[in-house]
Design a protein around this ligand. Structure first.
Ligand code: AMP
Length: 551
């Protein structure tokens, strides 16, 4: 027997319709690519999204066609985003931090018809335009008056793109499983793979991400996604904010501490979300200038593990609650939140901080398990490591065009129907998950696994350290041994002895790095994470001092 409730397909046009109906004057504030702060609201975003839909249709974009963006987090980006998705086209956010050749490969693979770009990315597009096989129109996300003449052949300025189009356009009316967005993984190994979100997955994911024990945002909040729209949908915040009526503050291209701080204070921001590297830049700015946060209440940090120093600075020094988040592009991206479990409330301060450094619990809508290499379940005892597997309505089932298929249905799933995240983790009795490594970054020493993340977190908190990374280096007796790589803060001179002393007693003796090296800059990848591949390449012939003794 079927239930007798209404059909109401979960499509994202309903999100911006809801904001326009219920919060039309709620502001959408942007640090524009040109520099000045611009002010819009949900009614105006809705109107321009309608115009964009009509402009797409006039230029022959049909349901299922892909529209690419090389763009910062701005109101204009949001207008095209809803304008394309709401008519059944697919909004493809391209990560501009990838190499130009990779960007061209991705756009060709996605077969984008139109490419929107911020003026920042003109040099990239000038370089790759001759390689692009499917793009017929380039739209510069600026007004005609600001567009540099002759920069890109046949480009259209954004105001000209929208000009003359009405705000009367049909949205929705299709299956909720229709594709809405496309985002490629960063492709550190092999070609990038396209994750194709559906309307239903985006709507469910936004509701899931904004539960009280998640982002927990409401109409009183002013939220600022520092995680860019090209990095897994700005962690769903461009859906969450209009859904709950929060003011939306978009930082555009300026993601440095001073500019972020100015927006937070100037716009009364209460909630921000971004990777540890941008948080560190913001905290350094605040500390170095003797400032404080007057409105900021909560900060979601994810993308890589939170360094303890960042967690303590927010919570102990500035009274801002930290919500640790773990996830990945393939999960839309939220997988877990580190909000305290009722059992944690009883803990003393230091133990609560320790608990918060773990990646956290799965919200409703995500299932987690850990297994060995043969798919056998590992116990949830907080000690056993295993491959972290996930399942849920906002987790990828297959990649675009069946890339990386693991079965004859083209799916990227294990035989048990779960997706293998490529992370290695423990899960404790309370369901709290802790990442111990990426499967490919785990250091395999004498048949045992050493977690690079644990060592990095401790090293990152040491005096004078700006960034730290641990990689496995060849060792004749143990296969691999850990090498600690440290980027000192400017003007600081941490020593090998000091770094090892900081780790002493905090990790198992056999996890102690065999050596410490200092570099000017630890390379970061396209999503702001430590680029271990580049580090492994840099140190591939490195001779550990313990090597000779073993030979
Ligand atoms: P991406 O798809 O680029 O967002 O990368 C996803 C990967 O980032 C995950 O599989 C993890 O390895 C890593 N990651 C994301 N969040 C965290 C976190 N809070 N702690 C540790 N690693 C994380």
């Amino acid at each position: 027997m079927l239930g007798l409730m209404q059909e109401w397909p979960l499509t994202v046009d309903k999100i911006i319709d809801h904001a326009k109906t219920n919060f039309p004057r709620r502001e959408v504030v942007t640090r524009s690519t040109e520099g000045p702060i611009t002010r819009s609201n949900y009614a105006a975003v809705w109107e321009n999204a309608k115009r964009a839909t009509n402009a797409f249709r006039a230029r022959g974009v049909a349901s299922g066609d892909r529209v690419g963006t090389l763009a910062w987090t701005t109101d204009r980006h949001m207008e095209i985003w809803y304008g394309a998705m709401n008519m059944g086209a697919v909004l493809h956010t391209v990560n501009p931090r990838l190499f130009p050749e990779q960007i061209a490969w991705i756009i060709n693979h996605a077969e984008d018809k139109i490419l929107f770009l911020d003026t920042t990315f003109i040099p990239i597009v000038e370089k790759i335009a001759p390689l692009l096989k499917t793009v017929t129109t380039f739209v510069l996300l600026s007004d005609r008056a600001q567009a540099p003449a002759g920069a890109i052949p046949h480009f259209v300025a954004y105001d000209a793109f929208l000009h003359g189009h009405s705000t009367d356009a049909a949205w929705g009316g299709f299956d909720e499983h229709t594709a809405a967005g496309l985002c490629y993984t960063s492709g550190t190994t092999g070609d990038p793979k396209g994750v194709l979100y559906s309307h239903r997955s985006n709507v469910l994911h936004a509701m899931m991400a904004n539960q009280t024990d998640g982002f927990g945002c409401g109409a009183q909040d002013a939220v600022m996604p520092i995680a860019p729209m090209f990095h897994a949908n700005a962690w769903a915040i461009t859906f969450v904010a209009p859904m709950c009526g929060a003011k939306l503050v978009m930082p555009g291209p300026k993601l440095d501490g001073a500019n972020l701080y100015e927006l937070i204070e100037g716009e009364g921001v209460t909630f921000i979300a971004g990777v540890p590297t941008v948080q560190l830049a913001l905290l350094n700015h605040v500390r170095d200038n003797g400032l404080k946060f007057s409105t900021l209440r909560r900060v979601a940090i994810g993308g890589s593990a939170i360094p303890e120093a960042v967690l303590r600075a927010y919570e102990d020094d500035y009274g801002v609650e930290v919500i640790h988040a773990w996830g990945m592009t393939e999960m839309s991206p939220i997988g877990t939140f580190g909000k305290p479990h009722p059992e944690h409330v009883k803990l003393g301060h230091d133990d609560r901080i320790k608990a918060k450094l773990k990646q956290g619990r799965a919200p409703f809508g995500v299932e987690l398990k850990i297994t060995d290499d043969d798919g056998n379940l590992k116990p949830h005892d907080g000690k056993a490591f295993g491959r972290l597997m996930v399942r849920g309505p906002a987790v990828a089932r297959a990649y675009f065009k069946n890339a990386g298929a693991k079965n004859d249905k083209g799916e990227c799933l294990e035989p048990c129907g779960f997706f293998d995240t490529g992370d290695v983790a423990t899960i404790d009795e309370l369901g709290v998950m802790q990442i111990t490594d990426r499967a490919k970054d785990v250091i395999k020493s004498g048949g045992e696994w050493i977690s690079s993340i644990d060592i990095e977190n401790i090293a990152m908190g040491a005096d004078g350290v700006a960034c730290a990374a641990v990689i496995g280096v060849y060792h004749p007796k143990w296969d691999e041994r850990p090498l600690l790589i440290v980027e000192p803060k400017s003007g600081a001179h941490p020593t090998r002895e000091r770094m090892l002393a900081v780790l002493d007693g905090k990790i198992a003796k056999w996890w102690m790095p065999d050596d410490v090296v200092f570099v000017e800059k630890i390379p970061l990848g396209a999503t702001g994470k430590i680029n271990k591949l580049a580090l492994r390449e840099m140190f591939k012939n490195y001779q550990l001092p313990t090597t000779q003794a073993a030979e």
